[in-house]
Design a protein around this ligand. Structure first.
Ligand SMILES: Nc1ncnc2c1ncn2[C@@H]1O[C@H](COP(=O)(O)OP(=O)(O)OP(=O)(O)O)[C@@H](O)[C@H]1O
Ligand SMILES: [Mg+2]
Length: 464
């Protein structure tokens, strides 16, 4: 089986997003490629429409499957519950509700927790019985909302088991869990899960073992001495917030102090930058040329109870979030029998050869498509690349096997969490723990994400 290199940076088990943005990125990526292919005749075949490249249908299928488990013969009413201030802003939630409402026999709505009601055993919204809730809110946020609003009916829905993702999943998504994955519990987990997990430790003054198994007397001092090889991340961070990237920071002592004061940080091996970087043709509007630009990549795998259902491919700086100058990109499967590196080299070259004005024309069309699809960030179209992230069918098979193993391993971790074996690495507040204990997961339909800093062969590590 053809493989892929690298590590996952984190698992997201609360309410991973981006599925709808990937659908949009695919449309924009294909538009761009079709244009390039038409005018250059480049003899490389790429597939943008393989079902695995659009996570939305399989995500919807999962929501309806969850409905059938609890309410087989009733009409599905899917409620997407998110924070009030996001309701008119997050296009992916708005679109999901639109898709569902266009399906025969399905009803859906988007609302915030305080709008739910309870009648007898039923959870009600707008006078109708809700059969599935997709909750786009993490447990910590839910807890702080409970202080301001009445969220009793939503909590009842959680206890009834109609909420996706089951609230009991979040503990395994705590970034500290990687400590046991590469440590004590590794013999009980799949080789793929263990091998793709970077060395990680909860960050506080302690004795522990290092990335090479060496013994460390004082982790804080060790981090000070290995600053270029580590990254510090908040255990419950998101959107790249609060991350200190060792090799990019010359404020080491202050960063270490902040992380220690916050108390819930991890230290992780910094994954060599060139391993998950690729060159992309990039339009330089200022100098009116097209040149190759190295970008970092982040390859989120979406997995549910049926296995891998799609990806969210991002590119940018470090951290690789849209806020860090990057955006979203399409993914394509290489159909021509040449190595990925060779395909990328030829495609990059072909695009550069087109010259500034042609590439500019293509870029404008791709950007207009972004506005039309509402694939936007702040005021403009979400940045995207002129060529897709490219993977092979063999790598897709490897990603499927990796995903199946990950799902099975997370179920084991859930069991260990309930047995109290993960308390030292999960560390959540009592209130959050209470919510997590309201709804056991046990492998029921849910969406998990693993964010891969992967190489599919076109990395810049030992590029010649
Ligand atoms: N071990 C690592 N080595 C190198 N870079 C890393 C590492 N972990 C994270 N990063 C960088 O930080 C980014 C965000 O990491 P991570 O997914 O762990 O945090 P997050 O705040 O949960 O982000 P998000 O919610 O956007 O997925 C990655 O895309 C990558 O650019
Ligand atoms: Mg991430």
């Amino acid at each position: 089986m053809e493989n892929f290199k690298g590590y996952h940076a984190e698992w997201n088990l609360g309410c991973p997003g981006g599925w709808e943005y990937q659908r949009m990125a695919q449309v924009r990526g294909k538009l761009c490629w079709d244009w390039i292919k038409k005018i250059t005749g480049i003899e490389i075949e790429l597939d943008f429409e393989h079902p695995i490249l659009n996570p939305v249908p399989l995500f919807i299928d999962m929501l309806l499957r969850a409905h059938r488990i609890n309410f087989l013969r009733q009409k599905p009413f899917v409620l997407l519950v998110a924070e009030e201030e996001t309701l008119d802003k997050v296009t992916e939630n708005i679109s999901l509700v639109d898709y569902l409402n266009r399906m025969e026999g399905v009803k859906a709505a988007l609302t915030c927790p305080q709008e739910l009601e309870e009648k007898g055993d039923d959870i009600i919204f707008n006078g109708q019985k809700v059969t599935v809730i997709f909750l786009d809110i993490n447990n910590d946020v839910l807890l702080s909302m409970a202080k301001k609003h009445h969220i009793g009916p939503l909590l009842s829905g959680i206890k009834k088991g109609i909420v996706i993702n089951p609230r009991g999943m979040e503990p395994m998504g705590a970034k500290g869990v990687f400590e046991v994955v590469t440590g004590d519990l590794s013999p009980n987990l799949s080789a793929s899960t263990v091998n793709y997990t970077p060395w990680t430790r909860l960050f506080y003054p302690r004795k522990t073992s290092g990335p090479k198994g060496e013994s460390i007397n004082d982790l804080v001092e060790w981090v000070r001495g290995h600053w270029e090889e580590v990254i510090l991340k908040p255990v419950y961070g998101y959107s790249g917030k609060g991350i200190f990237v060792g090799p990019q920071r010359d404020t080491r002592d202050a960063d270490i102090r902040i992380a220690l004061e916050a108390q819930t940080y991890i230290v992780q091996a910094f994954i060599p930058k060139m391993l998950w970087a690729e060159e992309y043709p990039w339009l330089d509007q200022h100098n009116k040329n097209v040149a190759l630009k190295p970008w970092q990549t982040d390859f989120r795998c979406f997995v549910n109870d049926r296995g891998l259902i799609g990806f969210l491919a991002r590119f940018g700086g470090i951290p690789t979030n849209v806020g860090a100058g990057g955006g979203g990109q399409s993914v394509a499967i290489l159909k021509t029998d040449i190595p990925i590196r060779e395909a990328v080299r030829r495609i990059n070259h072909t695009i550069l050869e087109l010259g500034f004005s042609t590439v500019m024309e293509i870029q404008q069309a791709v950007d207009e498509k972004g506005l039309e699809l509402k694939h936007t960030y702040l005021e403009g179209p979400t940045p995207t690349t002129l060529r897709p992230r490219i993977i092979s069918l063999g790598q897709l098979a490897a990603l499927q096997a990796y995903s199946t193993n990950l799902w099975a391993d997370l179920l084991k971790l859930e069991k260990w969490w309930h047995e109290g074996k993960l308390n030292h690495v999960v560390q959540m507040s009592e209130g959050e723990e209470e919510i997590a204990r309201m709804q056991f997961w046990g492998g029921s339909p849910a969406l998990i994400a693993s964010d891969g800093l992967f190489s599919f062969g076109a990395d810049l590590m030992d590029a010649t």
